[in-house]
Design a binder for this molecule. Structure first.
Ligand SMILES: [Zn+2]
Length: 304
């Protein structure tokens, strides 16, 4: 990690100046409300790994400030057929896909533990990968059957509510329960503009969730699937800020600056996602930058 930083001394120096590292860099970020011991952060993560990619720095900062962090994973990433094929060297079947989901949940626990999140703040809902939008529209009341795991209800014993049906209503109720337990002051949710349908749907669900539990919760939005090869360049490039994504630029995202040690720990957490690293390492590592980006807006301003 530190040797990589030495590889880019000039870039690093320039980026450090831009990102405001050093004295005073823990000052309040324009992207987020003040982070302190009263902060209760809830990160809504569509799949295992998104929480670290979007928010690994903020998660560490909240915990260091004495605040609380809860991560809720909407799905367990059990629909990544390509990942399954490459990692397990076998064509997927329902039992294998559930085992793959369990592997990804173990990785999520390890990754977020490296960021400092205690087991009680690691909540898995276990809804079907690739079908979040469908649940919240077509399958609000009628259970959906995952084409990957063959499950029509949460199949994971380690989930928060094993056996809950794969319906949009059940997902919304589970999110309500998570909010009632975590009592968040700040929710970091995927943007409805994210290219991945699970992310966009989870973002719309977060907006509705925030409205149901208003006032008192601040919502901020992030992008992971930002379109057109973003983040660019791919791969590990420590000391360089994250640029706004093509899809999210209209939301005018603001930077949250990471300390160098937060960037290092975020890198360690990303590397804990071993199954994902084997499939898309350059993409994952491109999120280990000096900044994370958050928007106050969920959608672009409409012209008057
Ligand atoms: Zn995702």
């Amino acid at each position: 990690m530190s040797s990589s930083r030495l590889t880019f001394p000039l870039i690093a120096l320039a980026a450090l100046a831009l990102a405001g590292h050093g004295a005073g860099s823990r000052a309040q970020s324009p992207a987020l409300p003040a982070l302190d011991a009263a902060t209760s952060l809830l990160v809504i993560s569509p799949h295992p790994d998104d929480e670290t990619l979007c928010c690994g720095g903020v998660i560490q900062r909240v915990l260091r400030a004495g605040g609380r962090v809860t991560i809720v994973w909407v799905t367990s990433g059990d629909g990544s057929a390509l990942g399954m094929l490459l990692v397990e060297k076998t064509l997927f079947d329902a039992r294998k896909m559930r085992e793959f989901g369990q592997s990804r949940m173990r990785e999520a626990r390890a990754a977020t533990a490296l960021l400092g999140v205690p087991p009680g703040g690691q909540l898995f809902l276990g809804y079907p990968d690739g079908a979040v939008a469908r649940l919240l529209r077509e399958n609000r009341a009628l259970p959906y059957t995952s084409k990957f795991t063959d499950a029509a209800a949460v199949p994971y014993a380690e989930a928060l509510f094993p056996g809950h049906p794969y319906t949009g209503t059940s997902l919304e109720q589970d999110l309500d329960t998570v909010v009632e337990r975590a009592r968040p002051t700040l929710i970091l949710a995927p943007s409805p503009l994210d290219e991945h349908s699970d992310h966009a749907a989870a973002g719309r669900a977060a907006i509705a969730l925030g409205a149901r539990h208003a006032p008192g919760i601040t919502l901020r939005f992030w992008v992971v699937h930002g379109g057109e090869g973003w983040p660019s360049p791919r791969g590990l490039l420590l000391g360089v800020p994250l640029t706004p994504s093509p899809r999210g630029a209209a939301l005018s995202p603001l930077p949250f600056a990471l300390e160098p040690e937060e960037e290092d720990r975020k890198l360690a957490a990303v590397r804990a996602y071993q199954t994902q690293m084997r499939v898309m390492e350059p993409f994952l590592l491109a999120f280990v930058r000096t900044t994370e980006l958050f928007s106050t807006r969920a959608t672009p301003a409409t012209p008057p």
